[in-house]
Design a protein around this ligand. Structure first.
Ligand code: ADP
Ligand code: 5GP
Length: 201
C-alpha cells in the first residue's frame, strides 16, 4: 500500500490563560506530525522563553519591515502587543505533509479561517471565569494590570465561539487534551488530506 498525506493548519484559540499553550505542548510532545508555528511578536521575552522556539522576539521596526514584505498570513495587536504568523514556514511545512499548529488570538484565528478555509479551528474554553482568573494569577507571568486587560478581553473572544469547527472545555487537563488529540487524528484521516493507494486492487 502506498500513501501520501497533505498537511493541515490547526488553529487553536481562546482567552489568555485558558490553557492553550499547555495543551499545544502536550500535542507537540505526543504527535510528531505536528509542528508549532513560531509567531513574531513585539512583546518582551518572559523568563524561560527562548527566541526562535516560543516566539521570534523583535522590535516594532523589524515587525514593520516584515509587514511591508507581506510576510504575515495574519497579524494582530493583542493585549497591547503585536503578534504575527509567518506564511513561509507554514507553507513549507504543509508542503512536506506536516500539520502546523497555530496558537493565536481570536482576531488572528478568524483571519486565518478566511484566508485558509481548509484549516481546522479549535476554541478552548475555561470551565469558568473564576478558573481563568486563578490560572492567570498562578501562571505568574503577567502583572496585575496585564491580567486585568487579558480578563477584560475574554468575553469578546468567547463571543466568537460559533465561528470555530470545534470547542473544547479545558477543565480536566487530560480530558481536554484527549479531545484535541482525537480531533487531530480524525482530521488527518479525511479524504481531502489522506491518499492511500492499494496497489494490487
Ligand atoms: P494560555 O496559553 O491559554 O494563555 P497556559 O497554557 O499558559 O494558557 O495556562 C495558563 C495556566 O493555567 C498555566 O499555569 C497552566 O499550567 C494552567 N492550566 C492549564 N490547563 C489547566 C487545567 N486544565 N487545570 C488547571 N490549570 C491549568
Ligand atoms: P502571550 O503573550 O501570552 O504569549 O500571548 C497572548 C495572546 O497572543 C494569546 O492569545 C496568543 O494565542 C496570541 N498570539 C500568539 N501569537 C500570535 C500570532 O501570531 N497572531 C495572533 N493573532 N495572536 C497570537
Amino acid at each position: 500500500m502506498k500513501e501520501t498525506r497533505k498537511g493541515m493548519l490547526i488553529v487553536v484559540s481562546g482567552p489568555s490563560g485558558t490553557g492553550k499553550g499547555t495543551l499545544c505542548e502536550k500535542l507537540l510532545a505526543n504527535d510528531t506530525s505536528v509542528r508549532f508555528s513560531v509567531s513574531a511578536t513585539t512583546r518582551s521575552q518572559r523568563e524561560g522563553e527562548i527566541d526562535g522556539i516560543h516566539y521570534h522576539f523583535m522590535s516594532d521596526e523589524r515587525f514593520d519591515e516584515l509587514l511591508k514584505q507581506d510576510a504575515f498570513l495574519e497579524h494582530a495587536t493583542v493585549h497591547g502587543h503585536r503578534y504575527g504568523t509567518l506564511t513561509k514556514p507554514i507553507d513549507e511545512g504543509i508542503e512536506k505533509g506536516q500539520n502546523i499548529l497555530l496558537d493565536i488570538d481570536s482576531q488572528g484565528a478568524i483571519n486565518v479561517m478566511k484566508r485558509r478555509p481548509d484549516c481546522v479551528s479549535i476554541f478552548i474554553l475555561p470551565p469558568s471565569g473564576n478558573a481563568l482568573r486563578v490560572r492567570l494569577h498562578t501562571r505568574n507571568t503577567d502583572d496585575p494590570a496585564e491580567i486585568r486587560r487579558r480578563l477584560a478581553n475574554a468575553p469578546g473572544e468567547v463571543a466568537k465561539l460559533k465561528l470555530y469547527d470545534y470547542v473544547v472545555i479545558n477543565d480536566d487537563l487530560e480530558m481536554a487534551y484527549e479531545q484535541i488529540y482525537h480531533i487531530v487524528q480524525a482530521e488527518k484521516q479525511k479524504t481531502c488530506r489522506y491518499f492511500p493507494v492499494i496497489e494490487d486492487l
